[in-house]
Structure formats: C-alpha cells, structure tokens
Design a protein around this ligand. Structure first.
Ligand SMILES: Cc1cc2nc3c(=O)[nH]c(=O)nc-3n(C[C@H](O)[C@H](O)[C@H](O)COP(=O)(O)O)c2cc1C
Length: 274
C-alpha cells in the first residue's frame, strides 16, 4: 500500500485482458451496504475509444497513453429501493469507492499502473458507452497500463493531525504514552540512542585520532597517549564502590538520557491532557 501511486503516463505495451478481469474480480470482493454489490464494470479495450474520452474528461493527459479502462457504475435505483436516499446518495458512492480501491491495489499486485478518474462529463461518457445512467450512474473511470514513469513516494499527513481520541479535535501527540504503551516509547528511544551513539562514537574516535597526532607531534613518537586521556568529561564519571570515581560507559550515559527524556515526555503529556 505504501508503494501505490496513481500512474498518469503509460507505456504503449498492451494490457493482458486476464489481468483486467482479475482486477475487476478483486473489486467485487469489496464490502457493500447489506452486501447488495450494486456495481457494474464497463471494460474498454478499444484504445481509440479511450483516446476519444480525452475531450469528455477535461482533456486529461492520462487518457492519451492508457491502454485499458474500466468505467465503474453504481446502481442507484437498487440502493434506493433498499435504503432510500441514503442508499442512493451515499452507500452507492461508498460501495463503488471500496470496489475501486480494491481494484487499484489489485492492479499494483499484477504489475499494472492505474489512475482513478473522477472528473468527467457523466452524460457524454454514458452516451458514448450506452450506459443507462438514470439508473447505473458512472462513478469513476479507472485507467490502466504499464507505467512509463516512476512516481515519487507519497508524503502523508502526520497521524496526530488527523487522529482524535474520544472526541473530535482531541489530538494526542504520543498516544502510546497516554495508553502506557512503554514498549513503543522504549523502541523509539532506543532507535534515537542507537543513532546518537553511533555518531558520538565516530566523533570520539576522530577526536582521539586528532589528539594522538597532536601529542605525537609535540612530545615525540615515543610517548603514547593513554586511553583515558580522551573524551572524558566531569558529568561522565560516577563514584565506584570503593569511593573512587570511574568513567560512565556510553551505555550508562544513554540509559540516563532515556530515563530523563521519558520522564520529561510523561510530564508534557499529562500537562497536555489536563
Ligand atoms: C475521488 C477521486 C477522484 C479522482 N479524480 C482524478 C482525476 O479526475 N484525474 C486524475 O488525474 N486523478 C484523479 N484522482 C487521483 C488523485 O489525483 C490521486 O489519487 C491523488 O493525487 C493522490 O495520489 P496517489 O493516488 O498517487 O496516492 C482521483 C482520486 C479520487 C480518490
């Protein structure tokens, strides 16, 4: 799902009919209100007709290269007879949308590019393909073909900006903290620490190399630089059992940082909740 994107430019390679039928089969597996499955699919294999659709679809470029298309129609009368206006206006749209999304994912699974087209002249398209649109309203045209472009991965809105808890508008930045899901917090923190430790280690190593070169230069090659002379800092030492102080290991320092950070996050989260 993360790799799916709309394809807007297709190669002239023909599309196998059995792939299109598999895709439609996937569409019919979608949920529908009361399982009424009030959809139908007009498959267009005639490339000339796909090109002719260009002018009924606000001159959209994907129609100039698509190699197959499917018009998805929704039976509004059937839905109306079952569920009244809600069935006609809402459920039909939702049923067909669920089928279309299944079809887009199926197209990706069989290696085809696809584009969902919603902007078209319903009357002209219906006339062109003899669709009795007073009952079987065209909901979308899906274009298919082998992709002639490599789309960029898509950015999605941050979850915390679209997810609310228990009340609309009630967003929580780190829901796992509210739900006491410490495993998630530890995993996040461990990832940060790992990245931090690796870069700290590189910094330390390069500092040591520099120190060694400088000391060698000033004191002569016979003097060795002791290991303990580099990278130490006052906050990096802790008292040992015998009263002496020893240097803290990077792991101990990292743990300390995580503990402090989690405490801070918890405090922030509770403040937000209040
Ligand atoms: C209801 C609907 C109508 C759409 N209509 C068009 C359209 O008319 N022309 C088009 O090029 N893309 C159309 N799209 C595709 C969107 O542009 C596309 O899904 C969106 O930019 C997100 O990109 P993605 O599919 O690569 O994730 C439509 C998509 C939906 C869901």
């Amino acid at each position: 799902m993360a790799g799916r994107r709309s394809t807007k430019r297709f190669s002239p390679h023909p599309v196998e009919l059995d792939k299109v039928l598999q895709i439609i089969q996937a569409g019919t597996l979608a949920p529908s209100s009361g399982n009424i499955q009030n959809w139908s699919f007009v498959v267009i294999t005639d490339v000339g007709k796909i090109r002719a659709l260009y002018h009924h679809t606000l001159d959209q470029d994907p129609f100039l290269s698509a190699m197959a298309a499917v018009i998805v129609c929704g039976d509004v009368e059937y839905a109306h007879s079952m569920y009244g206006m809600r069935g006609k206006r809402l459920y039909t749209v939702q049923n067909c949308a669920a089928a279309i999304q299944n079809m887009l994912l199926a197209a990706q699974a069989v290696g085809l590019g696809a584009c969902w087209i919603g902007a078209f002249d319903e009357d002209k398209v219906s006339l062109m393909f003899n669709i009795p649109n007073h009952r079987h309203r065209p909901q979308a045209i899906i274009l298919f073909g082998y992709a002639a472009e490599e789309p960029e991965p898509k950015g999605t809105k941050a979850l915390e900006s679209v997810v609310f808890f228990n009340e609309f508008g009630n967003c929580v930045l780190r829901p796992h903290l509210v739900f006491y899901d410490w495993a998630t917090e530890w995993r996040n923190q461990a990832k940060n620490v790992k990245e931090h430790s690796v870069s700290a280690w590189h910094r330390l190593a390069s500092q040591r190399r520099k120190d060694t070169v400088e000391k060698d230069a000033s004191r002569g090659a016979s003097e060795r630089v002791s290991e303990s002379s580099s990278g130490s800092s006052s906050d990096a030492s802790i008292p040992g059992n015998d009263g002496s102080s020893r240097k803290r290991s990077p792991l101990e320092l990292a743990r300390e940082r995580i503990r402090t950070r989690i405490e801070g996050l918890k405090r922030e989260e509770y403040r937000r909740e209040e």
